[in-house]
Design a protein around this ligand. Structure first.
Ligand SMILES: NC(=O)c1ccc[n+]([C@@H]2O[C@H](COP(=O)([O-])OP(=O)(O)OC[C@H]3O[C@@H](n4cnc5c(N)ncnc54)[C@H](O)[C@@H]3O)[C@@H](O)[C@H]2O)c1
Length: 251
């Protein structure tokens, strides 16, 4: 694993109790950042902290439901109060209501409020904190469903397309004030979210056949890109929706 040189930096990660978020929190810590691990799953979130500490890193847990604006304010305040600054933020918390009809208002509202409005509110609070210390870097989790559609999930597809648009808007807004804003657009990644697909051999074979590399991605393969995007190595990269999908949408 590469060290992206984040000594002295402070990072926060939403949805860090498992999957991509946990891998990213660990990757930030390996590169030297102090990491605020944020989620609604408290036990698993504290486990992420323990894993980071066991590897010699520094982290703390903060409960944050990203559909609650007060939680988001408290999350950013915790990072600043604890470590004095906020340099990197990975807005990754999300839901996939697999199998539920997102043309139903109730399901649509859940997908949009967590996956899109939550990201907007995180960006708003994080940028305000970053401006206090001269800038920072934000990465938002979209999806390949933020760039291409699928026939079954209007709420998920619309929310993830919205994240790409919001990323571009925010990148333009703060381009001259030292804040870079990018997105990652993962293909199918081996996480708790996709466990039902992985557990169904027929479905898994269909997904593998739609992925030129013939497999699911690993959370670490997204995490590495996120930390790179937050590092000085990506100092001229902003407004970019980075596709990490084993070639799935290359054709
Ligand atoms: N796994 C994939 O194939 C895949 C593909 C593309 C995009 N994504 C996106 O990646 C992100 C991470 O997903 P994952 O695959 O690691 O799944 P995951 O289910 O392991 O992780 C999602 C995390 O978000 C947390 N979360 C859910 N609602 C929340 C809320 N309201 N407030 C705070 N935290 C909340 C969950 O508790 C969980 O820890 C999501 O935004 C997802 O849409 C995943």
């Amino acid at each position: 694993m590469i060290n992206y040189g984040l000594d002295g930096k402070v990072a926060l990660v939403t949805g860090a109790s498992g999957g991509i978020g946990r891998a990213a929190a660990q990757a930030f810590a390996r590169s030297g950042a102090r990491v605020l691990v944020c989620d609604v799953k408290d036990v698993e979130g504290r486990e992420t902290v323990s894993m980071i500490e066991a590897a010699g890193g520094r982290a703390a847990y903060q409960r944050c439901d990203v559909s609650n604006p007060d939680d988001i304010k408290a999350m950013v305040a915790r990072a600043v109060d604890t470590w004095g600054r906020l340099d990197c933020a990975f807005n990754n918390a999300g839901v996939n209501l697999l199998g539920r009809d997102e043309f139903e208002d109730e399901n649509w509202d859940v997908a949009i409020s967590i996956n899109l409005t939550g990201v907007m509110r995180c960006i708003r609070e994080e940028a305000a904190a970053m401006l206090e210390t001269g800038g920072g870097a934000i990465v938002n989790t979209s999806s390949i469903n933020g760039l291409v559609g699928n026939p079954n999930q209007p709420g998920y597809v619309a929310s993830k397309h919205g994240v790409v648009g919001l990323t571009r808007q925010a990148a333009l807004k703060w381009a001259q004030q030292g804040i870079r804003v990018n997105a990652v657009c993962p293909g199918v990644i081996e996480t708790p979210m996709t466990a039902p697909i992985a557990a169904d051999p027929k479905l898994k074979a269909v997904i593998d056949s739609m992925t030129p590399m013939g497999r699911f991605g690993k959370p670490e393969e997204i995490a590495e890109a996120v930390v790179w995007l937050c590092s000085e190595a990506a100092s001229f990269v902003t407004g970019h929706p980075m596709v990490i999908d084993g070639g799935a949408i290359a054709f």
